[in-house]
Design a protein around this ligand. Structure first.
Ligand code: CTP
Length: 395
């Protein structure tokens, strides 16, 4: 339930603003404390009196009241979550660019709580690249973008763009607040680290993966309540005992571990740098120097992500990585399709602070609808938060 949860509702100028009244009523009924901020345009669509009566608190709209500056900005510190519903195209654009021309924007820009938005617009507007870009920008700020519904729109058109129904939004908030663990009950598998393919008892083919990115993702999932299975190649990381961990050496071991865990899994993130080739034969004895050159026959390993993409069932989410050094976006998009993944997380070795070994990474996330979310260079912990947020949005 939402008992005692402090919800700051931002209402903007959209036909769907009438639904804010229903939303406030449901939130209060669920035990939440609600404060409402409206943009000046919103009052053309729903009366402040209605919202203040339902929320049992005055609705605020202006930074200045009767020649006195009112510090409503502190509302962003009071709230457990700030929810902008409906979010109009105009306010979305201001949020993306940091425009501060009304109280709602001042509160948003200074809010220390989590921010979620429920967009509402006409279908053609919803599909405009500017809207997609602005929503992606919001995601990179760590804001949560709730999905829109399909159906009859104010314009008379039928299509995507309707604001999420208030009752569904309340259920979403209940999930969100379930001990701050929105992923409780979800089973997750994360692969991480390199694989080592043995040439002989002392040598192997490996790569520079440290496993740090995969571990950060696993820990973020665990923090949000998921039951996590980490399948990790050789590394020197300290892995907390709380994580159910299968340690593997080779690509064959990793495949076997994934096969055994995958059937009951809801979300899989394949961040491991699996060797693409393994020695066709492993020498039982140390190979001695005899010639000045040595040729080792290699056999391609099975692509685990691709295999899981072939057997995944409806409802199972599959997220892959793409580590590239050239033509990055094209290769990443190709991997998304060829491996039947739901998201591909691209990191390029050309970006400073990205890829192997660093404590930072710089990623772009591609989805099946052709959207790309670009993120700045961040610590791997923060990157893990962005990746898991994007997955939560898919859920
Ligand atoms: N992957 C896998 N099994 C393999 C090779 C890769 O599961 N044998 C997964 C990785 O975990 C990653 C994704 O496939 O999620 C892409 O890996 P990457 O190394 O970027 O690309 P490859 O598919 O190996 O292709 P290439 O090396 O040609 O770029």
């Amino acid at each position: 339930m939402l008992e005692g949860k402090k919800i700051l509702l931002g209402v903007t100028g959209s036909i769907a603003a009438y639904k804010a009244a229903i939303l406030v009523r449901l939130l209060i009924k669920a035990g939440a404390e609600v404060r409402v901020i409206m943009t000046p345009a919103a009052k053309d669509f729903v009366s402040p009196l209605t919202l203040s009566t339902l929320s049992r608190h005055p609705v605020v709209m202006d930074l200045v009241h009767e020649n006195t500056w009112e510090n409503h900005v502190s509302l962003g510190r009071w709230a457990d979550i700030m929810l902008l519903a409906p979010l109009s195209c105009n306010t979305l654009s201001k949020m993306a660019s940091g425009n501060c021309d009304n109280l709602l924007m001042a509160v948003y820009l200074s809010a220390t709580c989590k921010v979620a938005v429920a967009p509402a617009m006409d279908e053609d507007m919803w599909h405009h690249p500017a809207i997609k870009r602005n929503l992606q920008i919001l995601t990179t700020f760590g804001n949560i973008v709730l999905p829109v519904d399909s159906g009859e729109l104010a314009s008379g058109l039928i299509g995507e763009g309707r604001m999420m129904e208030p009752a569904v939004m309340v259920d979403w908030l209940k999930d969100y607040f379930s001990n701050g663990k929105p992923l409780s009950g979800k089973k997750v598998m994360v692969t991480a680290g390199p694989t080592y393919e043995p040439i002989d008892p002392v040598r192997f083919i490996g790569n520079h993966s440290s496993g740090k990115m995969g571990l950060a993702i696993a820990l973020e999932f665990e923090k949000l309540g998921a039951e996590v299975n980490l399948i990790i190649g050789p590394n020197s990381l300290d892995i907390p005992d709380s994580l159910k961990t299968i340690r593997v050496q080779t690509a064959v071991d990793m495949l076997a571990a994934c096969k055994s865990v995958f059937p009951t899994i809801d979300i899989t993130v394949m961040s491991a740098a699996v060797a693409d080739f393994t020695p066709t034969n492993t020498s039982q004895q140390k190979i001695k120097k005899s010639n000045s050159t040595l040729s080792i026959a290699l056999t391609e390993t099975k692509d685990i992500l691709k295999y899981l993409g072939e057997i995944k069932k409806p409802g199972q989410l599959l997220i892959g990585f793409a580590l590239e050094t050239s033509d990055e976006e094209n290769y990443a998009k190709k991997k998304l399709v060829e491996k039947n993944a739901d998201l591909i997380v691209l990191n390029s070795l050309n970006d400073e602070g990205a890829g192997f070994g660093h404590d930072t990474n710089k990623i772009t996330i591609f989805d099946k609808l052709g959207n790309a979310q670009y993120f700045d260079t961040k610590s791997k912990k923060e990157v893990a938060v962005d990746i898991v947020n994007s997955i939560i949005q898919l859920l």
